[in-house]
Structure formats: C-alpha cells, structure tokens
Ligand binder design. Sequence first.
Ligand SMILES: O=C(CO)[C@@H](O)[C@H](O)COP(=O)(O)O
Ligand SMILES: [Fe+2]
Length: 212
Amino acid sequence: MKIAPSILSADFGKLAEEVKVICNAGADFIHVDVMDGHFVPNMTMGPMIVEAVSKASTKPLDIHFMVENIPFFVDMYAHIKPEFITFHIEEEKHINRVIQQIRNYDIRPGVVLNPATPVSLLEYIVADVDMVLLMSVNPGFGGQKFIPSVIDKIKELRELAIKKNPNLLIEVDGGVNDKNAKLLKEAGADILVAGSFVFKSNDYKKAIESLR
Ligand SMILES: O=C(CO)[C@@H](O)[C@H](O)COP(=O)(O)O
Ligand SMILES: [Fe+2]
C-alpha cells in the first residue's frame, strides 16, 4: 500500500520543512491539493508554492486539481513535473482531450470522482488514465468525516479495471485513518491519501506505518 500524505494539513508556516520531514517519515508521494475558490469553496496553493514544495521534496508529487478551467491549470503547473495530475470529471466536458494534454507533458493523468459521482461514468475513460482518485469526502477541506459508500465504489472500479485497464491505480482521498485503511486495501485501493491523520499526529512515521 502506497501512502500519499496531503500537505493541506501541514503547517504552512514551515512548509518546506514539513515536506522534508514527511518524505523522511516514509511518504511514497506528496499529495498536493490545488483549489481555486470556484470548483470548491476554498483556495490553496498557486504554482509558485507548489514549485517550492517540489524543490523540498525527495518524493514525486501527486497534484489533485479542484478547479474550474482545468486545461489552463495543467499548462500553469506542468513545468513542476509532478508524477500525477488528477482532475475532476464533474468539471470537464472534454475529458480525453485533457488526459492527452497531461500526457503530452510526460505527466501521468488521472481522473477524480466526487462521492456522489458513479463509477459507471468511467466506462469509456478508465483505459486511458493511469489512476482514478475516489473521493471519500466532498472536496474542499481537510479533516472531514469519511463517507463509507466509497468502499463499494472501489470494488466496482476494481472490477471495471480488471476488464479494461489492469494496471490502473486506485487512490482514495478524504477521512482516511488507521480504522478504515484496512477496509480500503481489502476493497482494492493502491494509494491512500491522508492529511489530518498524519499531520495532526505527534509521530508522522508511526502514523504512515499504521496506515500501511
Ligand atoms: O482533496 C482533499 C480535500 O478536498 C484531501 O486531499 C484532503 O487534504 C484530505 O484530508 P484528510 O481528510 O485526510 O484530513
Ligand atoms: Fe486531495
């Protein structure tokens, strides 16, 4: 199981230090939540801050866009060279075009589903992405309560992936903790994002290990 701590819950007053510490504590990826104040009612990090995070990080970045006008954001953040860029399908009319736009930068594309968005919408997309991120909270904020219906969605997506994209990575984001991590793994998740569970603990390494 790979763990991607979300720096949304880190101390932004010492962000570079937090990134270095979390990398040494065993993070596999650094999950970066980019919010624009339109798609979600919160704003987070512009490209200059994400670039500073990337410079401090020894692990690849996993950028989660919660934004409108996705192609504009892809062009604005691509030079940072994250491992993944994921975007919400609820927002994009031309999903295949954006997937290709991300690939043209040699970045691995993924799509994100809100908790109420059905897996069936992925039938003709799943073969074209490297990752699907299933939200287990409504996006916008860290520290929210886990929505358990994501467990059935992971199982459904794993079935679809077996048929259409056996290498697909399934990532889960929102309210992940040491109580639900095992269920998420058993359902078929490959990568767990965790913000408050890791960054609000006194021992990041122990918190990451407990999720794994
Ligand atoms: O994308 C988001 C929130 O919209 C997440 O990545 C959060 O940052 C996860 O935080 P926790 O729920 O783990 O505290
Ligand atoms: Fe996220």
